[in-house]
Design a protein. Structure first.
Length: 280
């Protein structure tokens, strides 16, 4: 079977893989520098600075950081609660770093889960996310509707004993499309989202509405269609008693009739995938 390591990627896909790897490298670098007393705002700033030092000037969204029960979005009711706060990191506390840089016109959106020291609950959540990665790929290749796949992910979480925390995101999305972004010397952002990326997502939404598909992968009727070819940033997010964990990475969907080429993860050399391989 063709794997992410052996598949010959197009120049465009190599560009997306490059920025995704850059984002995960940033997450690992920042995670290694976290210590007791660091705030979410400081962790988010560390991500921004690390990426800007390496040439990033635009964003799908600015970096987020969530500590403690905020990793499970406990009592999140409005979008402003997603933004970094003065919550301080403590020993044993779980954290999630989430960033979406645009580099050389390519977009990534990644999520990195960890803890300051040992956290057995989050370790269990991360281990159980492997089944979600496999399920999503299998059902996308079967061309089941996005809404049905979402419901199957929900059912798997229930069987595992967890709560669905990606449902707390705007529109309850588990994924959204990502595209190339036109680069400008000045790249403003609105409410933490890059304006060029928002224009692209809005354009996809308008185009998709005419053709019966949506760039948002949600539990709602507008996602009741087969996977649309393109790149999807997928982020199943588990919660259990105030602890959350997720991964986020790019899934490539094509119109190939070859099941192995009809959908594939852009890269298998990512921190969570390596972690699962080491645990086997």
């Amino acid at each position: 079977m063709t794997t992410a390591e052996t598949r010959e990627l197009s120049e465009e896909l190599r560009g997306f893989r490059r920025v995704q790897r850059l984002a995960y490298e940033c997450a690992e670098a920042v995670a290694s520098r976290l210590q007791p007393g660091v705030t979410e705002r400081e962790a988010a700033r560390m991500q921004r600075e690390w990426l800007r030092e390496r040439g990033v000037r635009d964003w799908f969204h600015l970096p987020f950081a969530w500590f403690g029960d905020r990793t499970a979005f406990v009592n999140f009711r409005v979008p402003l609660q997603f933004f970094p706060t003065d919550r301080r990191l403590e020993p044993g506390m779980p954290f999630i770093l989430d960033m979406a840089p645009v580099y050389e016109g390519y977009t990534a959106d990644i999520g990195y889960s960890g803890s300051l020291g040992v956290n057995p609950v989050q370790d269990r959540l991360m281990a159980d996310l492997e089944a979600h990665r496999a399920l999503i790929l299998h059902e996308v290749r079967e061309r089941r509707s996005l809404r049905e796949i979402y419901e199957d992910v929900d059912r798997l979480m229930v069987r595992q004993g967890y709560a669905n925390r990606h449902r707390a995101y705007p529109f309850g999305v588990i994924a959204h499309k990502v595209d190339r972004v036109k680069q400008h010397r000045w790249s403003p952002h609105v409410f933490g989202f890059g304006t060029q990326s928002l224009k692209g997502l809005l354009g996809d939404a308008v185009h998709g509405h005419r053709e019966g598909w949506s760039p948002l992968w949600s539990p709602y009727r507008f996602s009741d269609h087969p996977p649309q070819p393109g790149l999807w940033a997928v982020e199943p997010h588990l919660g259990f008693r105030g602890t959350g964990a997720k991964f986020e990475e790019i899934l490539v969907v094509t119109d190939s009739r070859d099941p192995g080429e009809s959908a594939f993860w852009l890269d298998d050399d990512l921190p969570h995938v390596r972690r699962w391989a080491e645990d086997r």
